[in-house]
Design a protein around this ligand. Structure first.
Ligand code: ATP
Length: 329
């Protein structure tokens, strides 16, 4: 029997508890907890130097933790390094492939006996016409899509993508995002390391935000938005010099944040803040009044706003363990 099949299909993909790792005096990872559930795209988010790569290297068995436990499909990545290597697909760094290597040669080089349907993968990631191209002649987006093909080639149970779109132009980033979205839709388990907040917003089912090697908070994008950026802002102008009756009426529905009379006194800017649903209430109230302002503007908080607040804010010192284990999709 193939020993790989002994790994239970429903095992948690990654479980990290109390992981610590220092380089000399420099603490890179500090009592970090992390779970990756089967079928989810988990984003590990933090600024440069936050400890993301060190964490992922411990998960891959490339570094030995100073303290804590790491399990990948129930295996210890240091002790069971060979088996873990077979089960985890990692994205390469650009420098890992020589410029003269052709796409078909790279695929041959990275195929193990577990490799399956390379042609299908090449087609899925739009590289069918590039099989004879040299790596060095491909665009940044094409190179990253080749890395995705190589990471998936040997049917991994977990794919680790580290700074996937760094240095790509906006169009190429979107190409690569579409490829990762395909993985997500196919139920592939992905650990995505990034400091790009918009990337996390587009791709992640769940996010773990870290700073100085510690978890600040973790949850689904909706949970993080609710906890750290739950307020929507709606601004609009009304044609009146006396906003008092309007404000009184609006106050009956929700809070009015700001009222500013325009120069000349003919119109007034009103800013309303509240939960996301407040936008609908304001819209309905304005429609009722028959006064549809041309300058209605709405700022809805998103994951990017939540992560900015979180990563730039004070430490959340409550242990975040309780919110780490995410729902399986
Ligand atoms: P980046 O986004 O810049 O890659 P990161 O979040 O991945 O950062 P790490 O690379 O894990 O962070 O680094 C965490 C800390 O450990 C940083 O302060 C870094 O300077 C330090 N560090 C990382 N690798 C080493 C090393 N081999 N020797 C000494 N210090 C290191």
């Amino acid at each position: 029997m193939n020993r790989l099949h002994e790994v239970p299909a429903d095992a948690d993909i990654v479980t990290v508890r109390g992981l610590s790792k220092s380089y000399g005096d420099r603490v890179a990872v500090d009592h970090l907890d992390l779970d990756v559930a089967a079928g989810e795209v988990l984003g590990l988010i933090g600024a440069n130097g936050a400890g993301k790569t060190t964490t992922v290297e411990c998960i891959q068995g490339l570094r030995r933790p100073d303290a804590g436990t790491v399990r990948v499909l129930g295996l210890d990545p240091v002790r069971d390094a060979d088996r873990v290597r077979q089960l985890v697909g990692s994205q390469l760094q650009s420098s890992a492939l020589p410029d003269r290597l052709r796409v078909s040669e790279a695929i041959e080089l990275f195929s193990t006996r577990r490799a399956k349907d390379a042609d299908g993968l090449v087609e899925r990631f739009g590289l069918s016409t590039k099989l004879t191209s040299h790596f060095g002649s491909m665009s940044g987006g094409e190179q990253q899509r080749l890395f995705l093909v190589l990471a998936l080639l040997n049917q991994p149970r977990l794919v680790i993508l580290d700074e996937l779109t760094q240095g790509l132009d906006p169009a190429a980033r979107r190409e690569v995002w579409a490829s990762v979205a395909q993985l997500r839709d196919a139920g592939t388990t992905v650990l995505l390391v990034t400091h790009e907040l918009d990337e996390a917003e587009v791709l992640c089912d769940r996010v773990v935000a870290i700073r100085s090697g510690r978890v600040l908070d973790a949850g689904t994008p909706a949970e993080l938005v609710a906890r750290h950026a739950g307020i929507a802002t709606t601004r609009f102008g009304v044609h009146t010099a006396d906003p008092a009756p309007i404000v009184r009426e609006l106050l009956g529905v929700r809070g009015v944040h700001d009222v500013t009379a325009a120069p000349g006194g003919s119109s007034t800017q009103i800013t309303v803040r509240g939960e996301r649903s407040s936008i609908a209430h304001v819209g309905a109230w304005l429609a009722d009044r028959g006064d549809i302002p041309a300058d209605l503007r709405v700022d809805v908080p998103d994951l990017e706003a939540a992560l900015l607040t979180l990563l730039d804010g004070p430490d959340v010192l409550e242990p975040a363990t309780s919110v780490l284990t995410g729902a399986h999709r």
